[in-house]
Write a protein that binds this ligand. Structure first.
Ligand code: HPA
Ligand code: ZN
Length: 349
């Protein structure tokens, strides 16, 4: 066990920014900044519904998940060519590297693009090339997770999987996102069973707005390895025990939860309780261009709001490596880097 040194509250934001971390819950379409939306619209000869970057940003006032999704899908409509997908992912990876993200597992929503006539190869090849380039030029490792849209049917998910299979070496797993309530995990039982046979990693959004029952069925029916969000788990003691015992990771997104009104205020966020209950919780940005911050903003703001300490910081970063789908050798290397970052921080205190 690593003995976490005490660090004063005023030095905590600097520590949070400095430590190496993995980001495991980031929708690449949610990293499209308004400036890039306008630049891509212009490059592709498209007219947007908003007159300016400022007008678009002003529309980012959400009341729940659906109110966000409507505007998020509209923003993604400027993505047409492989270069557009590359530029979007490159911009995210460059930004993440500044936050000392050493590894990212990136969600993408192929159905948002194929529904508009964009071939899935265009989407996957552009994103994958950005991930490959980032290794050499930014020193960050990155892989892709294909998400099925849960407001669509399981047949449509199967059709998407079929289209994606020739590209299977370019993504490591599948997930489930979009409108949660009314679309329980079991709706996708067969397609997840098929993905499991194919050797893909499995994750699903559950317990963001939906009930603990959706977390149970993501685990028991879909057999996912991680739960995305999962903050509603604390309503169910038996579920908390299960998540703790099996060390099922939760990819928590504090600013997303605040902006989508999952919690009335960031100070009411339950991240600290999740950690103190022994769960493998992590911090992530979800859709940073829409929720007002990248991963380090999520760390610094939720720590300031809830009074977490250096011990929580160490646990969260360590959890992010433990919860990743990277090799055991990479995980050991990053855990070592994390301890070194703490040691260096104390020496220079
Ligand atoms: N929840 C569900 N679907 C999403 C999200 C989210 O937070 N972000 C992008 N798609
Ligand atoms: Zn999400």
């Amino acid at each position: 066990m690593f003995k976490v040194p005490p660090i004063s509250a005023d030095r905590l934001p600097t520590l949070l920014r400095a430590i190496p971390k993995a980001e495991l819950h980031i929708h690449i379409e949610g990293s499209l900044e308004p400036e890039l939306i306008f630049a891509l619209a212009q490059r592709n000869g498209l007219t947007l519904q908003y007159p300016s970057v400022e007008a678009l940003r002003a529309a980012y006032a959400f009341t729940n998940l659906q109110s966000f999704l409507d505007i998020y899908y509209a923003g993604a409509s400027v993505l047409l060519h492989e270069r557009d997908f590359y530029d979007m992912a490159r911009a995210y990876l460059a930004r993440a590297a500044l936050d000392n993200v050493v590894h990212a597992e990136i969600f993408f929503d192929p159905q948002t693009h194929t529904a508009r006539g964009v071939p899935i190869e265009t989407v996957v090849n552009g994103l994958h090339r950005a991930c490959e380039d980032a290794r050499g030029t930014l020193g960050i490792s990155a892989s892709l997770i294909l998400c099925f849209l849960r407001h669509l049917s399981e047949e449509e998910a199967f059709a998407t999987l079929e289209q994606a299979l020739p590209l299977q070496d370019k993504f490591i797993g599948v997930g489930l996102d979009s409108s949660e309530v009314g679309h329980p995990p079991e709706k996708f039982a067969r397609v997840f069973a098929r993905c499991r046979e194919l050797g893909l990693h499995l994750v699903a959004h559950a317990g963001e707005e939906g009930p603990p029952a959706y977390i149970w069925s993501a685990l028991d029916v879909l057999k996912v390895e991680r739960i995305d969000h999962g903050v509603q788990a604390l309503k169910d003691e038996a579920l908390v025990r299960r998540l703790a015992q099996e060390r099922i990771p939760l990819t928590v997104c504090p600013l997303s939860n605040q902006k989508l009104c999952v919690f009335p205020d960031l100070k009411d966020h339950n991240l600290r309780q999740l950690l103190d209950a022994g769960l493998c919780a992590t911090v992530n940005s979800d859709d940073p261009a829409y929720f007002g911050g990248y991963i380090n903003d999520n760390f610094t703001q939720v720590f300031a709001a809830t009074g977490m300490t250096a011990r929580h910081a160490y646990q969260l970063a360590s959890n992010s490596f433990e919860a990743s789908f990277a090799s055991e050798a990479d995980k050991r290397h990053w855990q070592h880097q994390l301890k070194e970052a703490f040691d260096r921080f104390v020496e220079h205190d």
